[in-house]
Ligand binder design. Structure first.
Ligand SMILES: NC(=O)c1ccc[n+]([C@@H]2O[C@H](COP(=O)([O-])OP(=O)(O)OC[C@H]3O[C@@H](n4cnc5c(N)ncnc54)[C@H](O)[C@@H]3O)[C@@H](O)[C@H]2O)c1
Length: 300
């Protein structure tokens, strides 16, 4: 029997971006801990494949998949509505869906890509708090909302400009929402993952990513989605009943090490040679434009 057996018994959880990576690991953990789970994700094939996988592990009755985009209010309302109609209310919301977003040269950043990045990771989290919070208010049971930020929120070189700015917004929204919703017994916390080996992070370059991480991360462990899921489960459970408005860094000591001015992640280059949009694992094609080097002004 694992330590988490039964810790979320009878709880209903909504997990966005739950078809892949950190979200999927959290879904598995929540289910193993006794929760009923609704997975929200816009990647339908990935969601269906994950549901088949879960069924293979014996989870069918306690889990549902809802296709939708967290940046669309109607989709978020539908997602929360499904959890209420299927499982009778919501106790836990994990606002976790994310993409790489606008990447490359700040000087070339496309406003539309900037807006899309904020739509998914700032507006999406706001909508999850708003409609998850409303569902919790209805039951009167209170609840726990957990938002995925990033160490990129807390430093100048942890991620691309737009991505990092959305994650900083998530950290602040977490504090404000925790303050406002405390009277409803709703706790709100954020988790800041470090470098976690998911498709979004390594984009298929697992070996190269591993070599970079070795140089800059104090812990010798490889960051796994389960490392984040363990923290999310703690924040979701009554073990953290007095924890609200906080940001929990789970990064193998990476931030403590000062990020070292190294730009380890795709999309963060000192002299960007490209500009564009990274849609992560949503199934949408990335849009990357390579920039011509300026021969007449090499210092530019
Ligand atoms: N992997 C890392 O190193 C790392 C580090 C810090 C923060 N994060 C954050 O963790 C979260 C999960 O990332 P991951 O690494 O597990 O990535 P992932 O690509 O494996 O999973 C993200 C999931 O979110 C879904 N998604 C994206 N946009 C969506 C939208 N608009 N509506 C609904 N679903 C959407 C994708 O389809 C995918 O299934 C993200 O918010 C990411 O920014 C990841």
């Amino acid at each position: 029997m694992s330590r988490s057996d039964g810790i979320l018994q009878g709880r209903v959880a909504v997990v966005t971006g739950g078809a892949s990576g950190i979200g999927a690991a959290t879904v598995r953990r929540f289910l193993a801990a006794g929760a009923k789970v609704v997975i929200g994700d816009m990647n339908v094939p990935a969601g269906q494949a994950f549901m088949a996988d879960l069924a293979g592990s014996g989870f069918t009755e306690q889990v549902r998949f809802q296709a939708g985009d967290v940046s669309e209010e109607a989709d978020v309302i539908e997602l929360m509505g499904l959890a209420e109609s299927e499982f009778g209310g919501i106790d836990i919301v994990f606002n976790n869906a994310g993409i790489g977003g606008a990447i490359g040269s700040i000087l070339e950043l496309d406003v539309d890509h900037w807006d899309q990045t904020f739509a998914v990771m700032a507006r999406g989290v706001f909508l999850g708090i708003k409609h998850g919070g409303r569902a919790m208010r209805k039951t009167g049971r209170g609840g726990s909302i957990i938002n995925t930020a990033s160490i990129a929120a807390l430093s100048g070189c942890g991620g691309p400009l737009a991505y990092s700015a959305t994650k900083a917004a998530v950290v602040n929204m977490t504090m404000n929402a925790a303050t406002e919703l405390a009277y409803l017994n709703i706790r709100v916390n954020a988790v800041c993952p470090g470098i976690i080996f998911t498709d979004l992070m390594h984009r298929g370059h697992v070996k190269e990513a591993g070599q970079t991480v070795e140089k800059i991360q104090p812990s010798t462990l490889k960051g796994e989605p389960e490392h984040i899921a363990a923290m999310v489960q703690f924040l979701a459970s009554d073990d953290s009943v007095f924890v609200t408005g906080t940001t929990q860094v789970v990064d193998g000591g990476y931030l403590a090490n000062g990020l070292l001015g190294v730009h380890p992640l795709p999309g963060v280059a000192k002299r960007p040679t490209y500009s564009g949009m990274n849609y992560g694992t949503t199934g949408k094609e990335n849009e990357i434009r390579f920039l011509e080097p300026k021969k007449d002004n090499p210092g530019d």
